[in-house]
Design a protein around this ligand. Structure first.
Ligand SMILES: [Zn+2]
Length: 544
């Protein structure tokens, strides 16, 4: 097998420098084969919104090397993938090796696995841990490779694989269009700027309409909470958290009503729409990591950041946003929270700033502590306050340095994979619903829990009187015990058990509802076992 790779793949071509575009309905056939692809000659495609797959090398009928397309104009970043496979045979078994990740540290070490869905099973499932391997591979310059075994179970289906739950620009636009149609008097959507590729930079305002009328406030400035997400386009969980916050704030939940009464929320749900659309992981269309350019954003190179910062600093003279800025000046910015997803740590957590002024530092630590009390998946251990030089151009650091003393600037991180609570040693994967749906009788909703923490904070400061309680889920029914049963996001059930059930006979995985046949003991995995080395994850962990 190793010889086969040497013959079929020139060693120089192992770099990703020649990978610039996405594969487009690319049929992979054995070398020397000519003619139309036959059933079973897999056809790969990533020419769709948020798609990413740059190259496929045929190794054998069972095995394919896959190359992530680097971020546009920036070959350094190769993490996000999202592609489809079709023209499969029923029960066709394959190994896919993703061979050119730009990061070595990864949640794959902690059991994270790729997601899959198909035409007739459109809900994303995680591939079982036992079919996924992450290891240093001698065939690829000792790069870390993620391999997974998969069995295509239905001939006419299109299968889609992705690094994490996608959340596209179009999905956001649909969500916002639907919100607008509801004609809430407390919700407003504005166009703050257009991207280089002419996509919308949306700005949402959520507050009781009286708060935006100067005369109604007795000369007092209204308190403003400013939230942004998706400056890093591959960090899709940040969009789920941001939508969770928005869903809660526009709801008729008593806490949401009180928050709208007392505070003005402004949200930029997607700071890097072009990067999101293009399927980048970290950068904008032009290859900039926008979260390193907050200090001096350029109107032509970083237009979304430029507009967002001008709005925040009240400097903008562009007639398009002058009205918005004028309104902004009548507000007192108290919170800036930029939402990201983390590729190596578990749970939700925050980064804050360090201040010489101890009283300010103390005030700065209050919000994360309150959030920790409200969200079982939030980790104070991972939370830290720093002034690292490498983070100097981030929104949190830059704005924390130039906004008023009363403003708290944080980065909110949510794991790409899972959370672990004090009451359990087992990690539970986040799901789409886990971040978004606040209606579910479950308190693992990070977005909702962030929103309700503002109630606790402003109760402490005396702005809001003691009612209502910030408790959303009656604790008698749903305490902080992991023994509860929740039909939507049962924290006792790991993804393996939920989607892939083990048969009574050995290791064979049987289809159960929304899942796929996979077998770890047959020839599928034994054939390429020279490459997929079963390792003790704990031993491996020490070496990173
Ligand atoms: Zn990020």
């Amino acid at each position: 097998m190793a010889d086969k790779r040497a013959e079929s793949v020139n060693s120089d071509s192992d770099s990703t420098e020649d990978v610039v575009g996405n594969v487009n309905k690319f049929a992979v056939v054995p070398s020397g084969y000519s003619g139309k692809p036959k059933k079973g000659h897999l056809i790969f495609d990533a020419c769709f919104e948020c798609g990413n797959l740059g190259r496929v090398d045929y190794i054998s009928d069972l095995e394919y090397d896959l190359f992530i397309r680097p971020d546009t104009c920036n070959p350094r970043f190769r993490v996000w993938f999202n592609f489809t496979v079709e023209n499969v045979k029923t029960d066709q078994r394959v190994i896919f090796n993703i061979v050119n990740f730009s990061k070595t540290k990864s949640l794959y070490r902690e059991g994270m696995t790729p997601l899959v869905k198909t035409t007739s099973r459109p809900k994303w499932s995680r591939i079982p841990t036992k079919n996924v391997y992450y290891y240093r591979c001698p065939d690829h310059r000792k790069n870390y490779v993620m391999s997974f075994a998969f069995c295509f179970d239905r001939e006419d289906e299109v299968y889609q694989f992705s690094y994490s739950y996608p959340y596209s620009y179009s999905r956001l636009q649909n969500y916002l269009d639907n919100l607008e149609k509801k004609n809430y008097d407390f919700f407003n959507r504005e166009l703050l700027a257009l991207t280089v590729q002419q996509r919308r930079l949306d700005l949402l305002t959520i507050t009781h309409p009286k708060n935006l009328k100067k005369d109604d406030n007795n000369g007092e400035k209204q308190r403003l909470v400013f939230i942004t997400a998706r400056v890093h386009p591959g960090e899709t969980p940040s969009s789920y958290v941001c939508q969770g916050i928005t869903d809660f704030l526009v709801s008729n939940h008593p806490i949401a009503k009180v928050l709208r009464e007392h505070l003005v929320f402004k949200i930029i749900p997607m700071l890097n729409p072009d990067g999101v659309y293009l399927g980048n992981y970290r950068c904008s269309l032009m290859g900039f990591d926008l979260n390193r350019h907050w200090q001096e954003p350029s109107p032509w190179a970083h237009p979304t950041l430029y507009s967002a910062k001008n709005l925040l600093m009240g400097l903008d003279r562009d007639p398009l946003v002058q009205v918005v800025v004028a309104l902004f000046h009548s507000l007192n910015l108290e919170f800036y929270i930029d939402i990201h997803a983390h590729s190596t740590l578990m749970n939700g957590f925050m980064y804050g700033n360090v201040y010489e002024d101890l009283e300010r530092l103390e005030r700065h630590s209050i919000f994360p502590k309150l959030l920790c009390g409200n969200a079982e998946d939030f980790s104070m251990t991972n939370t830290n306050f720093n002034r690292d030089a490498v983070k100097a151009g981030t929104g949190r650091r830059t704005l924390g340095g130039c906004l008023d003393d009363s403003a708290h600037c944080y980065t909110l991180e949510v794991s790409f994979f899972s959370y672990q609570t004090n009451s359990s040693s087992q990690a539970t994967p986040y799901t789409e619903e886990g971040c978004i749906l606040f209606e579910a009788s479950n308190d693992m909703k990070l977005g909702r829990n962030v929103a309700r923490t503002f109630l606790d904070y402003y109760k402490m400061t005396g702005l809001i009187s003691t009612k209502p309680s910030s408790s959303i889920v009656p604790k008698a029914m749903y305490g902080r015990s992991r023994d509860r049963t929740d039909p939507i996001n049962d924290s006792k059930i790991t993804y393996d058990d939920r989607y892939f059930s083990r048969s009574e006979h050995g290791d064979e995985m049987q289809r159960s509802g929304n899942c796929y046949n996979l077998n770890s003991t047959n020839s599928l995995t034994s054939v390429p076992s020279y490459r997929i080395q079963h390792r003790d994850r704990d031993n491996q962990r020490d070496r990173y």
